[in-house]
Write a protein that binds this ligand. Structure first.
Ligand code: ZN
Ligand code: ZN
Length: 266
């Protein structure tokens, strides 16, 4: 996430080389990062955080429990900073508010990121949608949320039964269907973009996740909300919060629930 010259990475689960390549595609190097904030100690979130810290002197922000659970890779971290749920950490105009979510790692965090152009809600490893998560996401402009699996694909998955029930459990991962229920029942009026994240390669299909979310948006007359699916192998297109804010001011929903962009051209 970037605001002016302040750049912060949430999690570092890709390889060091892949992170370098993605930063390079944005014209940046790792030296540009002010911090890496870690949601939890699972390897798909911490893989190269130690290396980034050691090679570039980047501070790594974690909870005490996450540091304790991290294991060997933590030895490479050059600069520890600590997170507490509810305690805001600011980088320039961005204020990161960590909050606890249900997941099978100690002290797993989501973030609400407050900026002058609106808030971003971020939660990628979540077993269930709680009242707390709903309230953290309520007034956000952009949501980055997990859409890990399709219930039916998980049911017929090659994974062992014990793993499947962990994934589906309250400390596991959100399904496409969970996201759809959230969208239908709890989506905040200010949301303009949903980024579906943390999709399983085995138990989900990007097009199914996207259609499921779009169907739910359609059911509640929220065709104004853009849906982006984050891909494990490609960088997600940059989402500019300021232009989303301008867009929403210009294209307020009409009484029929349509926006101007929905009108046919001819
Ligand atoms: Zn996890
Ligand atoms: Zn994960």
């Amino acid at each position: 996430m970037t605001s002016d010259n302040d750049r912060v990475l949430i999690d570092a689960g890709l390889s060091y080389r892949a992170i370098q390549q993605r930063l390079d595609s944005l014209g940046l190097t790792a030296d540009a990062l002010r911090a890496v904030l870690i949601t939890h100690a699972h390897v798909d979130h911490v893989r190269s955080a130690g290396m980034l810290s050691r090679k570039h002197g980047i501070p790594i922000y974690v909870t005490e429990a996450t540091r304790a659970a991290w294991g060997e890779g933590a030895k490479k971290v050059a600069d520890w900073k600590f997170l507490l749920p509810g305690r805001t950490v600011a980088f320039g105009a961005m204020q990161f508010v960590p909050f606890g979510v249900c997941h099978d790692a100690d002290d797993t965090l989501g973030f609400r990121v407050n900026t002058p152009d609106g808030a971003i809600g971020f939660a990628t490893d979540v077993g269930k949608i709680t009242e707390d998560l709903i309230s953290r996401f309520a007034a956000c402009r952009v949501l980055v949320m997990e859409s890990n699996h399709a219930v039916e694909l998980l049911r017929v998955s090659p994974y062992a039964a014990s793993v499947r029930s962990r994934i589906a459990g309250d400390d596991g991962h959100l399904s496409n269907e969970d996201v759809a229920t959230f969208v239908r029942d709890h989506l905040g009026a200010d949301v303009r973009c949903i980024v579906l994240a943390h999709l399983s390669r085995v138990n989900n299909v990007p097009e199914i996740a996207k259609m499921s979310c779009l169907d739910a948006l359609c059911a509640v007359g929220r065709e104004d909300v853009r849906v982006v699916v984050a891909d494990q192998d490609r960088p997600t297109p940059t989402i500019d919060l300021a232009s989303l804010s301008r867009y929403s001011a210009r294209l307020a929903p009409t009484q029929s629930g349509l926006t101007q962009s929905d009108l046919p051209f001819a």
